[in-house]
Design a protein around this ligand. Structure first.
Ligand code: 0O2
Length: 207
C-alpha cells in the first residue's frame, strides 16, 4: 500500500504530468504531419485514429511486479517504456510501415527499440508494430528525454487487440485456454484479410 501510494504521488506530480502532456502533444503533431504528407501523396485516407494514454498506477505496479522489479516511481520511470503510450490505427498494413519510416526520419526522435509483431506475431496472436522512442523536451537550457511507446496497427489488428484485451489478455491463463486458441485463429484470419484488402486496394489503384 505504501509503495503504491508513493507511485501514485509521483505520477500525479503536476510537473510530471505537464511534461507527459507536452510529449504527447509533440508526438501527435508529428503524427498529424505524417498523416497529411501520406494522405496528400496517395490521395486516400491513411490514419483512422490516433489515441494516447498515460499508464495507470495499478497497471504500472502490476507490470513492475511481473518484470520482477520493486514497485516504485523511480523503477516506473527507469524500467518501463510505455508510461506514455500512443496508438496509431490505419487502414492498410503497408501504411503501418510508411508511418513508422517517417517517424524514424524525424530528426529529434531517438529510436530505442523497434518490435515488429506483424512479421513476428506474439504467441497470443497479437499483431502490431511498436516503436520505443525518446523524445527530447527542451525547456530553457535543459533537454530532458521522454520515453514513449508508439503502437502502429491496422483497424483489423486493433479490433483483435481490443477483443483480446477484454476477454483474454491479463486474465488467468488456466481459465483462458479455449478462448485463447479461438482468438489465435482469428488473428490468422485477420492477417489474411488485411493482405486481401491491401491487394484489393492495389488492384483498384491500377484501374
Ligand atoms: P496496457 O494495458 O496496454 O498498458 P518492453 O519492456 O518495452 O520490451 P513490454 O512493454 O513488456 O516490452 O511488452 P510488449 O510485449 O512489447 O507489450 C507492450 C504492450 O503491447 C502491452 O502493454 C499491450 O498494450 C500490447 N500487447 C502486447 N501483447 C499483447 C497481447 O497479447 N494482447 C493485447 N491485446 N495487447 C498486447 P501492457 O502494459 O501489457 O498493457
Amino acid at each position: 500500500r505504501i509503495t503504491i501510494d508513493t507511485l501514485v504521488k509521483g505520477l500525479s506530480d503536476p510537473l510530471f504530468l505537464l511534461q507527459k502532456k507536452q510529449t504527447v502533444r509533440h508526438v501527435e503533431f508529428i503524427l498529424e504531419m505524417i498523416d497529411y504528407e501520406l494522405s496528400t501523396k496517395y490521395k486516400r485516407i491513411v490514419t483512422q485514429k490516433i489515441e494516447h494514454r498515460i499508464k495507470s498506477p495499478d497497471s504500472i505496479a502490476r507490470k513492475l511486479i511481473k518484470k520482477g522489479y520493486e514497485v516504485s516511481f523511480e523503477n516506473a520511470i527507469q524500467k518501463l517504456n510505455d508510461i506514455v503510450g500512443i496508438r496509431v490505427v490505419c487502414l492498410y498494413s503497408d501504411d503501418v510501415y510508411k508511418i513508422a519510416e517517417l517517424l524514424k526520419q524525424q530528426k529529434d526522435f531517438i529510436l530505442i527499440k523497434e518490435k515488429d509483431y506483424i512479421k513476428n506475431p506474439k504467441k497470443s496472436g497479437y499483431q502490431s508494430l511498436h516503436l520505443i522512442l525518446d523524445i527530447p523536451l527542451i525547456y530553457k537550457d535543459t533537454t530532458q528525454l521522454q520515453r514513449v511507446e508508439i503502437q502502429i496497427r491496422t483497424v483489423a489488428m486493433d479490433f483483435w487487440a481490443a477483443v483480446d484485451n477484454q476477454i483474454c489478455y491479463k486474465k488467468d491463463p488456466e481459465d483462458m485456454k479455449k478462448s485463447e486458441e479461438e482468438l489465435k485463429n482469428y488473428s490468422t484470419v485477420i492477417s489474411t484479410m488485411d493482405k486481401q484488402m491491401l491487394e484489393l486496394r492495389k488492384r483498384v489503384e491500377k484501374m
